[in-house]
Design a binder for this molecule. Structure first.
Ligand SMILES: Nc1ncnc2c1ncn2[C@@H]1O[C@H](COP(=O)(O)OP(=O)(O)OP(=O)(O)O)[C@@H](O)[C@H]1O
Ligand SMILES: [Mg+2]
Length: 244
């Protein structure tokens, strides 16, 4: 089990964007949080509350307007491109809401791509075992553009897991999946956290969130509430189910 090493530190993060009509939109306000190895954290909130923007800001993909982010003690927005690329390749993984797969590459190549880019050993058998566990029904040689949304989501998850990085950011990783696959994927992420990884997952799924260690509820770009060992009924109460 992990010794709870602090892997992420976020201090007063705010994000504003400037719209084409000249107006300003404040998406995130003064968000502070931290996460350690062995922790599985869920982020909930209604559509448009800023979940994806937060995940991108804390994972080195989107520069905040103000505030500090430390990933394994390093501020990704104040290091050179070489170090930033290495941090993204080796220390963090991201499962995107929109998958971000390479449509012109087959399944296997999409999954192995991060390992190929970092010159690491590639184990095709490991990919097969992982996909089998996810009940993946397509072929390793299929182009991802020919797959269903759910199968593409599984490829995106396998690509994020295979690199063995310390922090996994997942933006609605079960959104396109049937309930059986949803459970399988959740258990995979839960196991990774139990083995010492840090998993930070955006989800609309209260049942899954209630099995994480901590739930952060976003409202109007702020952390409205934080629950340790959240119970489903507490989450249902806070998040009016009509608007989830
Ligand atoms: N680049 C952008 N330009 C204009 N508006 C943006 C941009 N990025 C985010 N927003 C707005 O900021 C708000 C938060 O967006 P975000 O994608 O973070 O929400 P979310 O909580 O992930 O929603 P969902 O549950 O639908 O995925 C939304 O109102 C969105 O329209
Ligand atoms: Mg989103």
């Amino acid at each position: 089990m992990s010794e709870n090493i602090r892997l992420l530190e976020v201090n007063k993060l705010s994000k504003k964007i400037f719209l084409s009509n000249g107006k300003e939109l404040q998406i995130l306000k003064d968000i502070s949080l931290s996460a350690s190895s062995g922790e599985f954290i869920s982020i909930l909130g209604i559509s448009g509350s800023g979940k994806s923007t937060l995940l991108k800001c804390i994972s080195s993909l989107l520069r905040p307007t103000s505030g500090e982010i430390l990933l394994k003690g390093v501020d990704p927005y104040h290091i050179n491109n070489f170090k930033l690329s290495r941090l993204r390749r080796e220390d963090i993984s991201f499962i995107f809401q929109s998958y971000n797969l390479v449509p012109s590459l087959p399944v296997l190549e999409n999954i192995l791509l991060p390992l190929r880019l970092s010159g690491k050993k590639m184990n095709t058998q490991l990919v097969k075992t992982l996909l089998d566990r996810m009940n993946f029904n397509a072929n390793l040689n299929d182009f991802v553009s020919t797959l269903s949304g759910g199968e593409q989501q599984k490829v995106a998850i396998a690509r994020a897991i295979i690199t063995n990085s310390d922090i996994i950011f997942a933006d609605e990783p079960t959104g396109a999946l049937d309930s059986k696959s949803r459970g399988v994927i959740f258990n995979l992420l839960r196991e990774l956290a139990d083995k010492g990884k840090c998993v930070i997952m955006v989800t609309h799924d209260i049942e899954l969130a209630s099995q994480t260690d901590r739930a952060l509820i976003l409202k109007d770009g702020k952390i409205f509430q934080e629950l340790v060992n959240p119970r489903g009924e507490e989450l249902y109460k806070i998040l009016d189910t009509k608007i989830l």
